[in-house]
Write a protein that binds this ligand. Structure first.
Ligand code: SF4
Length: 339
């Protein structure tokens, strides 16, 4: 089996700095199919699906895909396909009813004690299963006015102990802006924890810059990073090195995955993911059932199969490598555990 990285003449450092890698992400299905030596028959459905949600995937992530394999588990997470255009009952544009839990622009407040700031509407990669693929980021910009309102909202609610930077991907924003955000939160005494939900260190490990590491090391707030990897093949040496540096800076590292048909819907895939994460210093935290978002129904796994898979994982792994199987149900004050 020949992998892209064996054939490639590029190394991670050849991709440039993380901003260049973001800017240079592949957005043309034709280019992606050519790079991976895939059938041109995949092009027409990909172009159609792109009209609803564009393709976006950086070189550092493509480099981990297998040439000529249309079923590569990383490719399937990013390649637009015809099923995305089908309208399936129960799959909508706002599957978690987040737009009704939006007290002020850029803020989502669903759960007691913690609140989410939409720091960036940009992502390094457009994941086809994303529950926010239709989210109106343009109406949720944290500009100067909305930022002041958001800070006032956090200041006035002393139950908020944890602020979660989300998006899009919050690490798509600059280190300088992150520093400003944290500096303001540092002045709010009741905020104790800063959590970052990001897929960027997985898809572009070079995002873990010295400045980012130094910023974490200086925090008053307890830093937690929840990464998003769905398959063991996503975790290569460059990701392990990035995780090692984050750990050295005192960041607690957890992973949330989504259970996805054709990508990680077997006990062996989930066990390998947990082991690969652990070797990188990351604990599996959540395994989410798919949120019913329009365009992603073809990834859905029934709850009964998910439960069976998790039992197999439990039978073969130590408890700390078994993620919690959860579903998010709009209106509930926390994730719903599936037992
Ligand atoms: S990186 Fe996260 S927010 Fe962005 S498309 Fe993927 S799942 Fe959605």
């Amino acid at each position: 089996m020949i992998t892209r990285s064996e054939l490639s003449v590029q190394t991670i450092s050849d991709f440039g700095c993380w901003q260049e890698q973001l800017a240079g992400a592949i957005t043309s299905p034709e280019q992606l199919l050519t790079m991976l030596q895939l059938s041109p028959e995949l092009l027409s459905p990909a172009l159609k699906a792109c009209q609803e949600f564009p393709l976006r995937v950086p070189h550092a992530y493509i480099n981990r895909m297998e040439l000529g394999n249309a079923n590569d588990p990383l490719l399937r997470q990013v390649l637009p396909v015809g099923e995305e255009c089908e309208h399936i009952e129960g799959f909508g544009l706002d599957p978690l009813a987040e737009q009704s839990q939006n007290p002020t622009d850029g803020v989502i407040h669903k759960y007691h004690g913690r609140l989410l700031l939409i720091v960036s509407g940009a992502c390094a990669v457009n994941c086809r299963f994303c529950f926010r693929r239709h989210f109106p980021y343009q109406d949720n910009r944290l500009d100067r006015d909305s930022w002041n309102s958001a800070m006032e909202y956090i200041r006035s609610d002393t139950s908020i102990k944890e602020v979660i930077l989300s998006g899009g991907d919050p690490l798509a924003t600059s280190d300088r802006r992150l520093e400003k955000i944290a500096a303001e939160l540092n002045h709010i005494d009741h905020v104790e924890t800063l959590r970052i939900h990001s897929r960027l260190p997985i898809v572009i490990p070079d995002r873990v810059t010295d400045d980012l590491i130094n910023w974490f090391a200086r925090q008053r707030l307890q830093p937690v990073m929840v990464l998003h990897a769905n398959h063991a093949n996503e975790i290569d040496d460059s990701v392990r090195e990035a995780m090692f540096r984050l750990k050295q800076a005192g960041v607690t590292l957890l992973n949330q995955a989504v259970l996805l048909k054709g990508i990680n819907d077997s006990a062996s895939a989930l066990i390998q993911l947990g082991e690969a994460l652990f070797k990188a210093g990351v604990l599996p935290y959540y395994l989410h059932l798919l949120d019913p978002v329009h365009g992603a129904a073809h990834f859905d796994i029934p709850e009964v199969k998910a439960t069976r898979l998790l039992k197999e994982v439990m039978a073969n792994c130590p408890g700390y490598l078994v993620p919690k199987l959860v579903r998010e149900i709009p209106g509930r004050l926390g994730k719903t555990w599936i037992s």
